[in-house]
Design a protein around this ligand. Structure first.
Ligand code: NAI
Ligand code: OAA
Length: 312
């Protein structure tokens, strides 16, 4: 009996889409379909073929194709949306909202048609509002529409802390709540190195600088790259979430989830700790926040709502 491999479709063959596709294949998590608009079909095909030609060298078994035909995404287990425009230096993520809302709506229509049972992971910015757009347009249950921000924001925080303390990144845990913007809420109380609270290891003023760098982590890369935004770490984050779902790992990872009263917030998508498994978001973990933390989370939610108000 042959085992049917899982199928993941990645919408958008740009920096994040291509990198995500390659990581998924290298880890043999699924066969991968990369979809772009008809004008970009050949580059998408070219990237897919190039990746496939790396498979004998690296020794991975996964098929990868590029296409502009959504029929090829039929019955995907997961669809990852990276389609749309990215910001340039001087822009905020929120400047992308109008263009990317249209892209989300057209892409979602196709997903509903061809992969009605898929779990959707959204990367496109402004990601909290774009995940909400996809949720509304798809009519999928909330646990099957998930946005990516917290794994990336936490990874940035962990990187900076590990550098600061000259420790392995493996032993540094971080915890970031809230929207994927300057108002995100790193929770130091829940962050540690080898189980030791960070507050015992890093002076408060230095910690503030690390938090600020984390909040501006996306812009730091945008300014260095000059004509696009981060893609290696964002793709690694998406793949960690996809792996948790494909392998039903029940990982505790931050996700952008639909809130219906959790943390006192209603009818918006925001970054919170979740359990990710075969059903998507299987649980939202609610923490008891201090007054200051709740106020910071509310401020972050307000920033997301301000973007949602621009949605047409
Ligand atoms: N949530 C997060 O943490 C992160 C979000 N992002 C966001 O991800 C998005 C993609 O970034 P990159 O890959 O760097 O951009 P990119 O410009 O390299 O690639 C975007 C791709 O989407 C394609 N596309 C546009 N409209 C499409 C449609 N209707 N259907 C299919 N494909 C379409 C374009 O042709 C292009 O190939 C941006 O909005 C960016 O801000 C990027 C990094 C992190
Ligand atoms: O900053 C951007 O525009 C892309 C992004 O979301 C990130 O890298 O965090």
């Amino acid at each position: 009996m042959t085992m049917q491999r899982k199928k993941v479709s990645v919408i958008g063959s740009g920096f994040t889409g291509a990198t995500t596709a390659f990581l998924l294949a290298q880890k043999e998590l699924a066969d991968v379909v990369i979809v772009d608009i008809p004008e970009m079909e050949n580059p998408a095909k070219g990237k897919a073929l190039d990746m496939l030609e790396a498979s004998p060298v690296q020794g991975f078994d996964a098929n990868i194709i590029g296409t502009s035909n959504y029929e090829d995404t039929k019955d995907s287990d997961i669809v990852i949306i990276t389609a749309g425009i990215a910001r340039k230096p001087g822009m905020s993520r929120d400047d992308l909202v109008q263009t990317n809302q249209k892209v989300m709506e057209s892409v979602t229509e196709q997903i509903v048609k061809y992969a009605p049972n898929a779990i959707i992971l959204v990367l496109t910015n402004p990601v909290d509002a774009m995940t909400y757009t996809v949720f509304k347009k798809s009519g999928f249950p909330k646990e099957r529409v998930i946005g990516q921000s917290g794994v990336l924001d936490t990874a940035r925080f962990r990187t900076f802390v590990a550098q600061e303390l000259n420790l392995s990144v493996k032993d540094v845990q971080g915890f970031v709540l809230g929207g994927h913007g300057d108002e995100m809420v790193p929770l130091i109380r829940y962050s540690s190195a080898g189980g030791v609270p960070l507050a015992d290891l890093i002076p408060a003023d230095r910690m503030e600088e690390i938090i600020e760098r984390t909040r501006k982590g996306g812009a730091e890369i945008v300014n260095l790259l000059g004509n696009g935004s981060a893609y290696y770490a964002p793709s690694a984050a998406l793949v960690e979430m996809a792996e948790a779902i494909l392998k039903d790992q029940k990982r505790v990872l931050p996700s952008i989830a639909y809130l219906e009263g959790e943390y006192g917030l209603h009818d918006l998508y925001l970054g919170v700790p979740t359990v990710l498994g075969a059903d998507g978001i299987e649980k939202i973990i609610e923490l008891d926040l201090t007054e200051d933390e709740q106020a910071a989370l509310n401020k972050s939610a307000d920033a997301v709502r301000a973007v949602m108000n621009i949605l047409s």
